[in-house]
Ligand binder design. Structure first.
Ligand code: GLN
Length: 477
């Protein structure tokens, strides 16, 4: 990359200096264009418009949006052939709020098709390469967003997390990513995958940079009645970097098995660091943890099969050529428009919801979901936060798991429980396994995002993992 100017800190934005902000926007546009052949992090790049002079909290902050968020007048593809030519008639609430605060949208980030995946390889628009090693995946489904922040293409990106799609790519790309409490952020204009799990969140270099982003995104919305009424805390104002006296639980089940050795070594050092900052670290039991994988992979496909029924070739989206009749129109439009992973989810979902299997699968999964949520309620009676691995290991090779769905699904083992319970969770860079970043997941009680961000901030005041830059994509701090 040619540019080495300071571009990545949101805090570095100088709202009083529109010239500096304009320069940064141009630098990011150039880096996006230069990186596309190697990384493929974006699906579409916005044409430069005359940037509005704004005075908001995010004045002049360049941002890319996961292509699951509707952007008015721009294509919004969900990473799918089905919506490859879809132009959204309105902005998602997340997009309009960030722009109203002064953020400047530079483009739409690549993603797994309809947010289904853990490697960004299910995208109709091609895989994204991990900036740390271009033979490896960036994680998914918000892989383009995470890669964009890691490679210094933008200081901020939006993402969505249904079962880990912010935290897992944040971990594999060495950036900070937060999934807030279910219902904290509006889903209006965010294309639905599994509605009881879908949640918008964000990526940035640091927890301190995530705070103003989340602050802007969160809160009630007349267009989404499912947003929680709970007042939005002052996330940025709560960043005092003090975690002395906080009790942090390590769920035994997350550390028991299946974590790659170097990842475990990095995470142990991270936990010692939290202790050095004054946190009390204790073991906790979350006995239903190992049910999360099977529970999620019943509930999420069930909801997806229902949500994706709307893509029928009639109203919008891909339509097959010369249908013989209505049934042929439905069948071929859907067979042509959806890729293999999406079709697999629809088939699984309709199966577990069918009359003969509903009780055996879907109803049972709803019950185990409750047990998993109860694990969190019980744990949070005695601890303020949980710390866990974000992923079992670092970024894997492109192509190595895409033909083996159950192996791919196992990547989500540590992120799914918090999704099923609806609690907020974040991944922060916490060292390396070889040349590849490792993520520490921290999980907080419902609506305790301020505590979560402050813990991340405290850790990042004491460590510099979040400032590390992938070779070939450096910039000055
Ligand atoms: N990897 C998970 C899945 O494929 C999670 C995806 C997500 O959070 N959107 O369902």
């Amino acid at each position: 990359m040619s540019s080495t100017d300071a571009i990545t800190n949101i805090a570095a934005t100088n709202a009083n200096d529109p010239e500096a902000a304009g320069t940064r926007i141009e630098i990011c546009r150039t880096r996006i264009k230069q990186s596309q052949p190697a990384l493929n992090a974006l699906i579409s790049i916005d044409a430069p418009t005359s940037e509005r002079a704004a005075n908001g909290a995010l004045a002049g902050v360049p941002i890319v949006h996961k292509d699951l968020f509707c952007t008015r007048g721009q294509t919004t593809t969900a990473g799918s052939k089905m919506l490859a030519n879809f132009t959204a008639p309105y902005d998602a609430t997340v997009v309009s709020r960030l722009e109203a605060a002064g953020a400047v949208t530079l483009g739409k980030a690549n993603m797994d098709e309809f947010a289904m995946g853990s490697s960004n390889e299910t995208s109709y628009f091609g895989a994204v390469a991990n900036p740390w090693d271009q033979s490896r995946v960036p994680g998914g489904s918000s892989g383009g967003s995470a890669a964009a922040v890691a490679a210094g293409l933008a200081p901020a990106a939006t993402g969505t997390d249904t079962g880990g799609s912010i935290r897992q790519p944040a971990a594999l790309c060495g950036v900070t990513g937060i999934k807030p409490t279910y219902g904290r952020v509006s889903r209006f204009g965010m294309i639905a995958f599994a509605s009881s799990l879908d949640q918008a969140g964000c990526f940035a270099r640091s927890a301190a940079d995530c705070a103003p982003l989340l602050q802007t995104m969160a809160g009630t919305d007349a267009n989404d009645s499912t947003v929680a009424d709970e007042p939005v805390a002052d996330y940025a104002g709560s960043l005092n970097g003090d975690i002395a006296g906080l009790t942090i639980g390590l769920p035994r089940q997350y550390f028991a098995a299946g974590v790659e050795t170097e990842t475990a070594t990095a995470l142990n050092a991270a936990i010692r660091e939290l202790e050095a900052l004054g946190a009390h670290v204790v073991d906790v039991d979350m006995p239903y943890t190992d049910l999360a994988l099977s529970t999620y992979y019943i509930i999420a496909p069930a909801e997806a099969s229902s949500n994706l029924a709307r893509y029928d070739g009639v109203r919008y989206g891909h339509r097959c050529a010369d249908p013989a009749d209505l049934t042929d129109l439905y069948e071929r439009s859907r067979a042509e428009g959806f890729g293999p992973e999406v079709q697999r989810r629809i088939l699984t979902g309709t199966y577990v919801l069918s009359a003969g299997y509903y009780d055996a699968y879907y109803r049972k999964a709803q019950r185990t979901r409750r047990l998993i949520a109860d694990d969190f309620s019980r744990a949070f009676e005695s601890v303020d936060l949980l710390a866990t691995p974000a992923t079992p290991g670092p970024a894997f090779e492109l192509g190595s798991q895409i033909d083996d769905p159950t192996t791919m699904y196992a990547n989500d083992v540590f992120t799914l429980p918090a999704s099923l319970a609806g609690v907020p969770a974040m991944s922060v860079p916490a060292g390396f396994s070889g040349h590849l970043p490792v993520g520490l997941q921290m999980i907080a009680p419902w609506f305790a995002e301020a505590r979560l961000l402050n813990a991340g901030h405290a850790y990042q005041q004491a460590t510099d993992w979040h400032t590390r830059q992938p070779p070939g994509f450096e910039w000055s701090q």
